[in-house]
Design a protein around this ligand. Structure first.
Ligand SMILES: [Fe+2]
Length: 326
């Protein structure tokens, strides 16, 4: 791409990012459908989506989450942990949210609620990039989004115990505003228990129709509580919001290696753990939201990092283009 074309693409991407941040919640689906249609018209189509994958995507559409069960073996999880011991850790759930100083995990645990790794190190970890590209997961994401997904974020982060205050970005109920439509794969890298670092999701709260129905049916006095408040980024300390959806809370737990796929526009949070908790995520969306996470300041990694790990061809090059140079 020429330098001028790159400038133009970057301008338009930031314009779309700005629209995404300010657009009314009622308009998200229509813009997402338009983006998905454009992708379908420009990116080579994959094969038909198998019925069992379409069924999982339907569950994701309906509930906002689908438990995938075991995705990595104990041996694969152990290999990821062994690799991470060789890499520096940074405070924050992504390095861009911390002070940017390379430390050990133990040092980060003494300073912060969360610790994370540079994206290049996450991509170089064994098994993760391959997991992100598994046909089942790409198929669920494609059926959910309506087009070939863009893998726009991949991450590994620790949540540490014994912190006096919760980390609001992840440990209080909130909506992620990553894209007009997106879904997030969470992979447990340590055992997640009900009493130790559980993940919570308010079922159906990714769906405006459900939120509006619950608002109308469950709330007697609406005068002090506009519907729009339920669609803000953060419900952080919003007790009314939490009470409204108390009957919809799903508690997600499981052994290391298990995973769940969610639309994290729906309200969710992770509990403060009692033991250090390592979680991986892979995020699938519609375009390059350059302002989501700020975890990709260096752009895609050299193609060699994906050699033999990503299936060949233009379709996979497109889906991985923000992680690995096409
Ligand atoms: Fe989140």
């Amino acid at each position: 791409m020429s330098a001028l074309a790159q400038i133009e693409a970057a301008r338009l991407a930031r314009l779309l990012n700005g629209i995404q941040k300010t657009v009314d919640w009622r308009s998200r689906a229509a813009i997402a459908d338009t983006l998905a249609g454009l992708t379908r018209s420009m990116v080579p189509a994959g094969g038909p989506i198998a019925p069992e994958i379409a069924e999982k995507a339907e569950r994701l559409k309906r509930d906002g989450l689908y438990r995938l069960g075991r995705l990595l073996t104990p041996e694969q999880v152990a290999e990821i942990h062994a690799y991470l011991k060789t890499r520096p850790c940074y405070t924050g759930h992504v390095p861009a949210q911390g002070d940017g100083i390379a430390r050990t995990v133990e040092e980060c645990a003494g300073l912060a609620n969360c610790g994370s790794y540079q994206r290049a190190d996450v991509l170089a970890a064994p098994h993760l990039l391959e997991l992100a590209n598994r046909p089942e997961l790409l198929g669920i994401a494609e059926a959910y989004l309506g087009c070939a997904p863009t893998i726009y974020s991949i991450n590994l982060f620790w949540s540490f115990p014994d912190r006096s205050e919760k980390y609001p970005v992840t440990q209080l109920y909130h909506r992620d505003f990553d894209d007009f439509r997106f879904c997030t794969l969470f992979i447990f890298m340590t055992d997640i228990r009900g009493s130790d670092g559980a993940h919570y999701y308010m079922r159906n709260t990714h769906r405006p129709d459900y939120v509006e129905q619950a608002y109308n049916e469950r709330l007697r006095d609406k005068s002090m509580f506009p519907l729009d408040r339920l669609f803000l980024v953060a419900a952080y300390d919003d007790r009314d919001c939490q009470n409204l959806f108390a009957s919809d809370v799903e508690t997600v737990t499981g052994p290391a290696g298990n995973g769940v796929i969610e639309d994290t526009y729906g309200l969710h949070k992770g509990d403060v753990p009692k033991t250090p908790r390592l979680l991986g995520w892979v995020r699938y969306g519609l375009y390059n939201n350059v302002t989501a996470y700020g975890d990709n300041p260096t752009g895609p990694q050299p193609r060699a990092l994906g050699a033999g790990r990503i299936p060949p061809g233009p379709r996979h090059a497109f889906m991985n283009r923000l992680l690995i140079e096409p």
